[in-house]
Design a protein around this ligand. Structure first.
Ligand SMILES: [Zn+2]
Length: 384
């Protein structure tokens, strides 16, 4: 699914660009990020990033990381740009008038109707006419297109894509690798998110076991479509940092280290319109040393949701099973007395959910067992 994030900051994971990043896109992960202060009538950042997303390079391709500068590059530039791309020329078969020139032999952005630009916008005063004399390798003076969407001139009253740039974007959209964009149809969830998630488990330096099968849980946030879950082993959230996304108000982790006192986590809800608005406080927990071993091989996942369960509500067992099977469910109280039993329960392949009424039980700690001829699986259950 293609996603566009609008957030307070937009710092890419590896800072590989000059200046302050206003937005960036990831062709690999299929998303783009734009700073919220860039979404206004003076900024072309979002359209610029969408241009990249739909295959367009900068008009100054080859000068992306080293803008032209008189002292370094001279008034008349050499054949190659600092990035090793042939410099686009005003005439002579490359660049602006590249009729008849094969694409591989074109310089710069390889787009014929964008004039050469050696990243003149970077450091120039706004969108005013670029008046410095700079010549292409043939000695012809360059007149860049200041208001091109794929350049770096800032503050233009309006920006344009040229006809060739627009045609390339349309071709990219219509290409087979964009099938998913043309077929994906749903109404975005744009409802306001204003509540920080309430983390439920584990919190307050709680000890969790088994350490290698933990399900983090939080209360669902109104209007959240998804959650970002951040995990780390330091209060500044930078040691052993991991990020997950999920649609559910829980996240199962099977990759934590044993016997660590310093795990932290927090949750940030988002949807198509709200991102990075509210986060939960950071909660801390420790991991124990008990290893989880599922002794019924048909069960790939099993959890009780929510846990604790409120007395009177159904106890819900959420499962994912590799095959259909039959088994017995029993619930024992802390003294080992059986308070519930269901024999020959059918469990279904794939996602399965089983509800057990709790209204005949009392508040307290229980153990819920599923057993088959193969073995037994036990989960702690709290009724409150
Ligand atoms: Zn760019």
């Amino acid at each position: 699914m293609y996603q566009c994030f609008v957030s307070k900051t937009a710092t890419p994971p590896s800072a590989s660009s000059i200046g302050t990043t206003l937005g960036y896109y990831s062709p690999t992960y299929d998303y783009l990020v734009v700073r919220i202060d860039q979404i206004n009538k003076y900024s072309g950042t979002l359209s610029h990033e969408l241009g990249h997303f739909f295959s367009l390079p900068h008009t100054f391709r080859g000068w992306d990381f080293e803008p032209w500068d008189q002292a370094t590059h001279g008034t008349t530039v050499t054949a190659l740009s600092p990035g090793g791309v042939p410099n686009e020329r005003v005439n002579g078969g490359m660049g602006f008038n590249c009729t008849g020139t094969s694409e591989a032999n074109r310089g710069g952005d390889r787009i014929c109707d964008t004039p050469p630009d050696y990243n003149f916008g970077f450091g120039w005063t706004g969108c005013s006419e670029f008046t410095t004399v700079v010549n292409d390798p043939a000695g012809v003076r360059i007149d860049p297109q200041e208001n091109n969407m794929m350049g770096y001139f800032i503050g233009c009253a309006s920006y344009i894509f040229t006809d060739d740039q627009s045609a390339l974007k349309v071709a990219d959209y219509n290409s087979s690798r964009r099938n998913y964009l043309r077929t994906y149809r749903r109404t975005p969830n744009t409802n306001t998110i204003s509540t920080a998630p309430n983390l439920v488990f584990p919190i307050n330096q709680e000890l969790v076991d088994p350490y290698n099968d933990i399900t983090l849980r939080w209360d669902p946030v109104p209007n959240a479509g998804f959650y970002v879950v951040e995990l780390s082993r330091s209060s500044s959230m930078d040691v052993d940092y991991k990020v997950y996304t999920t649609k559910n108000p829980f996240l199962r982790l099977t990759n934590l280290l044993s016997n660590r006192p310093d795990y932290r986590w927090r949750v940030t809800p988002y949807n198509e319109a709200y991102f990075d608005v509210v986060s939960s406080p950071i909660q801390r927990f420790k991991t124990g040393i008990v290893n989880s071993v599922s002794q019924i091989e048909e069960i790939s996942y099993m959890d009780i949701v929510p846990n604790p369960t409120s007395l009177g509500d159904n106890i819900e067992i959420w499962m994912n099973n590799l095959a259909n099977f039959q088994g017995n469910i029993s619930i024992l109280n802390a003294a080992g007395v059986k308070v519930f039993e269901k024999a020959n329960q059918s469990f279904n392949k794939g996602d399965d959910k089983i509800s057990i009424p709790s209204d005949k039980m009392a508040k307290g700690l229980y153990f819920l067992n599923i057993n088959t001829t193969e073995g037994i699986i036990t989960k702690k259950l709290i009724l409150q």
